[in-house]
Design a protein around this ligand. Structure first.
Ligand code: SAH
Ligand code: MG
Length: 990
């Protein structure tokens, strides 16, 4: 249906009904509610099409309309292996939980596909059923005419005898109305009908889609529906309330009243008064509601009104279950002109000054002075629900309008935390994740949920690389243990990716699906999650920069957007966000009002001179370290005569170098070592932040009226070193992992081996990389105990060997590959007699006795011709982790102790010195008739402290009667083959 026909359809149907005329709305100017249309015809402005877009019912809702309880949905969890990932992998792919829905209708049954969310499965089943029935959703939703008729029926129902006893939040209002005194007795404000009953809202959106952006229009329609029920109710237009013509029969009243508990207490609720004039301070108010009183009348009184009938009520703020709303006087001009007819609408401009602060927090236009309170009747029970809204909660709502504020609140560290600028890893990120914050931002500003588009580009980067270089070159492999090619969690697209890599873009649309902004950084990430979080963070960082200075000129906005790789539509952006945000700016400028920053000593500008106390322990933070501090922040007056504690946290963790805390805190902490404490001062941040942190707002406000600043006291509790791979990354080029692979490749080439087993293969980084080189290898195998790692290894190998089986690939010599789940301290005859074994960076993950056991088993039973074992050189750690050795005179025992926790990786059970490693390897070699040579990668043999990764190469000696097979004659199968590939056999398919 075209827009004009739909419009005329709405108009004529209402006209035909001839019930009530209604005002025309000017669609093109959404900021005004009612406006005169000169000449009495409608304007069709640019946004008309959006304004009139009809909300379509969901497939499930349509099925419900048609079949009611005859439609039965059953949702079941399904276990489906993740598709097209790796056929033949014998490990159950955990993947996300999926659901299928079966919808039974009287005549047939449909089963949906599987979905991550139950409700998507249900909707999909309903959609399938609709298709079977030949129903098109849009054609079947009620017409405006039907909706109008239904609205009248609904109003009639809620004023019926039976509704008074219904279990409905609205019926509690009806009961309370019966206790109202004077004129108001028995009258129910139209506002409460609009907020407590979902039905009129939905119906009004069908009658007039503009209701979506102007929710208070629902009141007009309710009043008009009531006016059509003159035999039942009285609805004087100037009162915005409705009451029954005939009182309820006494027995109806009696039975309905018996449902309420008879607590005869007076209720005291804290609320907030927000004057319309921005110069006037926001203040707490107390609502005293007596047992017989109606809360809306109490609120009205605080607003200077005679009763609650003329109070308008906003939608709820914050979480879904919240009853926190704004209350304000209905503007006089709001009253509907009931006499006007459809084609001759009169001017009804909603007047009154906009309450900027309330409008900003609410995201809905609020006029005049306003009260913010959390009170109301709910579905939970018959009694009044209420909570205090303090000044602190008000300021928290205010700061939660910015991404930075949301992050600070999620960490409960308003005066210390900042939304970091980089997402390095899931484990190092503390507080709400960027993606969550972006979603909550969109909800706050009533935008559509952000749309993410992830693309998986397996090996793309490495292919591009080999194209550009004539010589085949190994793409840089990011290290396996959660490693990245740079500190940002990203794989640099120029240097090539490892396995599959992901890019992610995000788009943000308005409610009406106008594109507001998009961000599509061309950065590859090893993990999907990293790609999603990083792109979200880029958008948030840009938004933050914007909120810091909402008055920034468009040119600067664009410049900033470029920095973050963001494209935005200034028009749509300002329509949706800027309008609200302008308030935030004036809030910020309010701070420090009238105070002279020179009048007290603030060390902020000279943080190098802060006084750090306590002995230097040598354990210092560096970029990438995870720090744990204990801190407290207080307001102090000049001369520190008075102090008011604002915020304190016993253990607060953050990653250094990501901007996760306010800059001065990071600067100070970077000069400290574990165990030391410090105290410094900082100029007052925006007042919003101080008051959002302060539990006692009254005291805080008293301080803020004096010259004062913030005092930070900090103790550095712990420093956790960055993961080994990232340290190595920073120090070695090519990365150590790549150097290890190259080392193995040299051995393979020199010894012409045809079979290789990688003990502790992890995610297959070695096996994968080997496929990049032409070698003599025909058979490769990997063993590990981690199923998760093995699954990843299988996928990587599958994609290289099966999907990309290029006849010219360097790995064309490979005939078979297999992955086993098992412990390398167990023997398995299937790997007996392989030419070469590798065991790179594995033994330190086992207890020392297990490492010895592995050595014995491998050299006595598997007996490869060559075995290459690598492990970290403990002595090299000093270089990796910045020198933290205590001074020479110190007791060497103590030195060892203070360092004993400083392994490169948390999972390491030990790290050996060169001496310890030599001892282990030499004894083994002698025991099993092998020769052993020592070598390494990273650093140099003849330079202290040796190689970063030390390597032992064992070569089998010749024993009399040695047939190359081990002592195990039996065919022990202790490993479980979880993935196998054979060039001769056709690939397995699902
Ligand atoms: N060799 C790989 C992985 C090193 S991480 C690389 O260089 O990238 C250490 C690996 O050893 C982990 O994947 C861990 O699961 C594995 N591992 C630890 N103890 C093991 C054991 N007893 N048997 C088999 N694998 C083991
Ligand atoms: Mg290791």
């Amino acid at each position: 249906m075209s827009v004009p026909t739909l419009l005329s359809h709405v108009c004529t149907s209402l006209h035909i009904l001839n019930t009530i005329d209604f005002c025309l709305l000017q669609f093109s100017k959404l900021t005004d509610w009612f406006i005169q249309t000169p000449g009495g015809h409608m304007e069709t402005g640019g946004s008309l099409a959006q304004a009139i877009r009809k909300p379509t019912l969901t497939p499930k809702a349509i099925i419900h309309q048609r079949f009611g309880s005859n439609a039965s949905y059953t949702v079941k969890e399904v276990e489906e292996p993740a598709q097209n990932e790796c056929p033949g992998l014998a490990i159950l792919q955990k993947g996300p939980c999926l659901y299928r829905c079966t919808l039974e209708l009287p005549d047939f049954t449909v089963v949906s596909d599987s979905f991550k969310k139950k409700k998507d499965a249900e909707q999909s089943a309903a959609q399938m059923a609709l298709e079977k029935l030949g129903i098109k959703p849009s054609a079947d939703s009620p017409t405006a005419e039907e909706a109008w008729r239904e609205l009248i029926a609904r109003v009639k129902y809620i004023f019926s005898n039976e509704f008074l006893s219904a279990l409905h939040p609205l019926s509690s209002h009806f009961k309370a109305a019966l206790r109202r005194i004077g004129d108001a007795n028995g009258s129910v404000p139209a506002s409460v009908i609009a907020i407590c009953d979902g039905k009129p809202n939905n119906l009004c959106k069908i009658i007039n889609p503009t209701v979506e952006s102007h929710p208070f229009l629902v009141l007009s329609y309710i009043m008009r529906a009531a006016a059509g029920l003159q035999e039942l109710v009285v609805s004087p237009e100037e009162r915005l309330s409705i009451w029954r013509k005939d009182p309820y029969p006494p027995d109806v009243i009696e039975s309905s009243m018996s449902q309420q508990s008879n607590v005869a207490e007076c209720i005291t609720i804290m609320a907030i008064y927000i004057p319309c004039s921005p110069e006037k301070a926001v203040e707490p108010v107390v609502l005293n509601i007596s047992t017989t009183g109606y809360y809306l009348d109490v609120i009205a009184q605080k607003l200077g009104l005679s009763d609650g009938n003329m109070v308008l009520i906003s939608r709820t703020i914050g979480k879904a279950s919240s009853e926190t709303r704004f209350y304000f006087e209905a503007p006089k001009s709001y009253l509907l002109d009931m006499s006007s007819d459809l084609l001759n609408a009169k001017v009804v401009t909603l007047g009154g000054p906009l309450n900027a602060r309330a409008t900003y927090i609410c995201g809905q236009d609020i006029y005049g002075d306003s009260i913010l309170a959390s009170v109301g009747y709910t579905w939970k029970g018959q009694d009044l629900f209420y909570e205090d809204v303090t000044l602190q909660s008000y300021y928290r709502m205010l700061i939660s309008k910015t991404p930075n504020g949301v992050y600070k609140l999620s960490r409960e560290a308003i005066l210390a935390a900042e939304l970091p600028l980089t997402f390095t890893s899931k484990t190092n990120w503390k507080g709400s994740f960027p993606r969550e914050i972006l979603s909550s931002f969109c909800r706050q500003y009533r935008l559509s949920e952000p749309v993410f588009c992830i693309s998986d580009s397996p090996l793309k980067a490495s292919l591009e690389l080999s194209k550009s270089n004539k010589k085949p070159e190994v793409p840089e492999t990011a290290e396996q243990e959660g490693g990245y090619a740079n500190g940002n969690g990203a794989v640099d697209s120029k240097s090539g990716g490892f396995g599959s890599s992901f890019t992610c873009e995000v788009k943000i649309y308005s409610r009406c699906q106008d594109l507001i902004l998009e961000c599509a950084p061309n950065i590859l990430y090893k993990k999907q999650n990293d790609a999603v979080q990083s792109v979200s963070l880029k958008v948030l960082s840009w938004l933050n920069a914007f909120f810091k200075d909402t008055a920034m000129p468009l040119e600067k906005q664009k410049q900033l957007a470029n920095v973050f790789g963001i494209k935005f539509c200034p028009q749509n952006f300002s329509k949706e966000v800027v309008q609200c945000a302008s308030v935030y700016n004036c809030q910020q400028n309010d701070t420090l009002g009238g105070k002279d920053p020179e009048s007290y000593d603030v060390v902020e500008n000279d943080l190098s001179s802060v006084n750090i106390e306590g002995p230097e322990s040598g354990l210092c933070p560096s970029g990438g370290s995870l720090l744990c501090v204990s801190y407290s922040v207080s307001l102090v007056t000049k001369g520190e005569l008075q102090k008011e504690l604002l915020e304190s946290i016993e253990e607060f963790e953050f990653e250094m170098g990501t901007g996760a805390v306010i800059p001065c805190l990071e600067v100070v902490v970077s000069q400290m070592s574990v165990g030391q404490s410090v105290c410094f001062y900082r100029e007052l941040p925006p007042e919003d932040l101080v008051l959002a942190a302060a539990k006692d707002s009254e005291n805080a406000l008293a301080f803020l009226s004096l010259p004062c600043c913030l005092e930070y006291s900090i103790i550095l509790l712990r420093v956790t070193e960055p993961p080994e791979d990232r340290m190595e990354q920073a120090l070695f080029s090519p990365p150590l992992s790549k150097q290890r692979v190259e080392y193995a490749v040299r051995q393979i080439k020199e010894s012409c081996v045809t079979s290789l087993v990688d003990f502790g293969c992890g995610s297959g980084s070695l096996l994968e990389s080997l496929l990049e080189y032409p070698t003599s290898l025909e058979t490769i195998a990997g063993v590990d105990i981690s199923q998760k790692s093995l699954s990843r290894a299988a996928k990587v190998l599958h994609s290289k060997l099966v999907m990309k089986s290029d006849p010219d690939a360097p790995c064309k010599s490979i005939k078979s590959a297999v992955l086993y789940d098992g412990s390398i301290t167990d023997f398995d005859s299937r790997l007996c007699g392989f030419d070469l074994g590798t065991c790179l960076e594995v033994i330190e993950h086992m207890e020392e006795d297990q490492a010895c056991l592995f050595g014995d088993i491998v050299l006595s039973s598997f007996r490869p011709r060559i075995l290459i074992v690598s492990t970290p050189n403990y002595e090299y750690n000093v270089i990796l982790q910045k020198s933290t050795l205590t001074s020479q005179e110190d007791d060497p025992e103590e030195k060892i102790q203070s360092q004993s926790c400083k392994f490169r990786n948390h999972d390491h059970k030990f790290e050996w010195t060169r001496e310890q490693f030599k001892h282990w390897a030499s004894e083994l070699a002698v025991r099993h008739n092998y020769n052993v040579e020592f070598s390494g990668v990273g650093g140099a043999a003849d330079q202290e402290p040796g190689y970063a990764s030390q390597i032992a190469v064992f070569r089998r000696g010749i024993l009399p009667k040695d047939d190359g097979h081990g002592e195990h004659e039996d065919s022990a199968c202790h490993y479980k083959a979880i993935w196998e590939w054979n060039r001769s056999k056709p690939p397995l398919t699902n």
